[in-house]
Design a protein around this ligand. Structure first.
Ligand code: MF3
Ligand code: CO
Ligand code: CO
Length: 291
């Protein structure tokens, strides 16, 4: 269905289309016409100002929760204890931990140690030990909106190659954020993550990606962490998505634990690191709304 230039804009602004998103849509069309490997974003991927304000606030709260739990990430603490801290802080701030009961997930945070790629389930028996590398992944629902981010920690004395993995994964994310610019395709930043990873002899997990995020936990588009420059979804102002590369010391293959249905481990037992930022795309660049 085509909107006439004097019809109301699809974004709900009540303005005429020609005074609102018409030039924006034309710009998308022109880019996608010139390069058929660039995919046009769907309307649901472009958030209203009101939605963006809500998502920003949820992101801020999520970052506070990560800061709070961070102070307790130390040798000897159980992941169950860290889960309790996330749960309590989230409720205190008036939020809801998004993981809890999400598709049957049993806890309020994901904590992934060493060869666990992601979705590690916290429990009282799992204790952080010197030498561990650990990802803490928090997602918060606040006033109906979602903020999602994760960080890595190195516990005590960590092997130099493990440290390199953690630091390179962080650098790969920072580079991806730098390249996640409006009017460029996602393949540009995805390729950069892959390139950095290869330079260090690491591999990038391919079957799990980032995602649109904000009005729901996991929205379109799916965000790949490997890719070809000049291809993939076009990034445009108003989008809200995560970039969350998982990089392995060995091969990229991984499997999900059959017993708990969640824990993802590297096939070869090698270490895996992940950092996640939640971004909003603006007219001139991006904002990291949770980190
Ligand atoms: N926070 C994770 C992500 O970055 C998703 C966790 S889903 C859960 O997408 F159910 F395991 F919590
Ligand atoms: Co996350
Ligand atoms: Co995410």
């Amino acid at each position: 269905m085509k909107i006439g230039s004097n019809d109301a804009c699809w974004c709900g602004s009540q303005k005429k289309y020609k005074k609102c998103h018409m030039a924006f849509d034309d710009r998308i069309k022109t880019i996608c016409m010139a390069n058929h490997k660039i995919i046009s974003p769907d309307i649901e991927m472009i958030k209203t100002k009101e939605q963006l304000d809500g998502i920003r606030k949820a992101g801020e709260i999520n970052t506070i929760i990560l800061d709070t739990v961070e102070a307790h990430v130390k040798e000897g603490v159980s992941t169950g204890e860290l889960n309790r801290i996330v749960e309590e802080k989230t409720r205190e701030l008036g939020g809801i931990p998004a993981p809890l009961n999400y598709e049957g997930y049993p806890k309020s945070v994901c904590i992934s140690i060493n060869d666990v790629v992601c979705h590690g389930i916290p429990d009282e028996k799992t204790i952080l030990r010197s030498g561990d590398i650990v990802n803490v992944d928090c997602t918060t629902i606040y006033n109906g909106y979602y903020g999602d981010a994760s960080r890595m920690y190195m516990i005590g004395d960590v092997d130099p190659r493990a440290k390199e993995l953690v630091e390179v994964t962080k650098f790969a994310l920072e580079e991806a954020v730098r390249l996640a610019q409006p009017w460029t395709p996602m393949g540009d930043f995805a390729h950069r993550i892959f390139e950095i990873s290869v330079e260090h002899g690491f591999s990038v997990v391919q079957n799990i990606g980032g995602h649109g995020c904000g009005v729901d936990f996991h929205e379109d588009p799916w965000v790949a962490h490997i890719g070809v420059p000049g291809t993939g979804h076009l990034i445009v102002p108003g989008m809200s998505f995560t970039i969350e590369p998982m990089i392995n010391l060995g091969g990229p293959e991984n499997y999900t634990d059959e017993d708990d249905g969640w824990t993802v481990r590297t096939e070869d037992g090698s270490l895996s690191a992940q950092w996640e930022h939640h971004l909003i795309i603006t007219e001139n660049g991006n904002e990291i709304i949770s980190r």
